[in-house]
Design a protein around this ligand. Structure first.
Ligand code: BDR
Ligand code: CA
Length: 314
């Protein structure tokens, strides 16, 4: 039976590819809804961009909700310098047909989880954790209904991508991350240590473009734009494709290597705000709260992505 999931996102080119990968995998994943949050760009753009991806993929029936427009208790930081002013630069933006649901994403998450069986829904947050943490904070009774949380955020060996010690999603709302890391449900975490291994090299993007269907073309166009900042910053051949790692792990966990660790987040320091302290060598007695993913078969990951994107041409 397909696993029930919710993708909570802030599209973002890499968020968009995560959505496409999930859309293409209905045998394994039952995508109940897409919830959106402010992050890479403002909420009015992230919710529009999520609906736009539904349009491009012909998935008008997936409900899309808009959630929190600001982090729990801080000012919003966005990332237009990476994603462009629309959040999905690289493709032309239009007003999508896929409707926006009127309910707030946090109200939806609470209502849906309370009505779900125990441990039956997987949450996949690939942006700041504001929506998920607000739902947990407001209604802790949702927790037993969550099967697991598979998130993109944080870093250990790779340091930070927005400050020297913090990854963007965690930095934007460290208070929300703190609530999620302490929530007691199983967490699998894709930090920069693993996402920096799945580079969208020219060869890989060319393979995607060669599929010649609208979703693959949109993916290739977005990745070409997404590239320009990171390849300069990291002097790498291609940008990391962060968010789709979560969906790829749900589809093919055997592509990844992970270890149970404690992950805690810095919420106070001015210098290291949003840093994820990953106790990889168990030097503390803090509880093991995260399956910390540190390795991936990058060729296997792109083979999977390309095989799934090809389905949109069928
Ligand atoms: C994360 O931040 C965003 O820019 C990406 O969409 C990804 O979720 C990487 O640090
Ligand atoms: Ca994201």
């Amino acid at each position: 039976m397909a696993r029930k999931i919710i993708i909570d996102c802030d599209p973002g080119q890499d968020d968009a590819v995560a959505l496409f990968l999930a859309f293409a995998s209905p045998d394994e994943l039952d995508l109940l809804a897409i919830t959106t949050v402010a992050g890479n760009v403002r909420l009015d753009l992230t919710q529009r961009n999520a609906r736009l991806m539904c349009d491009i993929a012909g998935k008008h029936d997936v409900p899309v909700y808009a959630g929190c427009a600001e982090p729990m208790s801080r000012a919003l930081r966005t990332a237009e310098m990476i994603h462009g002013d629309t959040g999905i630069n690289g493709i032309e933006v239009f007003e999508p047909e896929t409707p926006l649901q009127s309910e707030h994403a946090v109200d939806y998450i609470i209502r849906m989880l309370l009505a779900a069986d125990e441990a039956s829904v997987t949450l996949v947050p690939v942006g700041p954790l504001t929506n998920i943490a607000t739902a947990i904070d407001r209604e802790p009774a949702i927790l037993p209904h969550i099967e697991q949380i598979v998130l993109m955020g944080g870093a250990m060996r790779e340091g930070g991508n927005r400050t020297p010690s913090a990854e963007f999603n965690i930095l934007v709302d460290p208070d929300a991350a703190d609530i999620v890391f302490k929530c007691g449900r199983p967490i699998t975490q894709m930090g920069l240590d693993v996402t920096h291994q799945v580079l969208s090299t020219e060869d890989r993007v060319a393979r995607i473009r060669a599929l010649q269907n609208p979703v693959a073309t949109a993916t290739a166009d977005m990745l070409r734009f997404f590239d320009r900042f990171d390849t300069k910053k990291y002097t790498s051949k291609g940008a990391p494709l962060h968010d789709p790692c979560t969906i790829a792990w749900l589809l093919k966990p055997e592509l990844f290597e992970g270890k149970e660790c404690n992950v805690s987040v810095e919420t106070r320091s001015e210098l290291t705000l949003g840093h994820t302290a990953v106790d990889f060598w168990q030097v503390t007695d803090r509880p093991l709260n995260v399956n910390w993913i540190y390795g991936v078969d990058a060729d296997g990951f792109y083979d999977l992505l390309i095989e799934r994107l090809d389905r949109f041409g069928a």
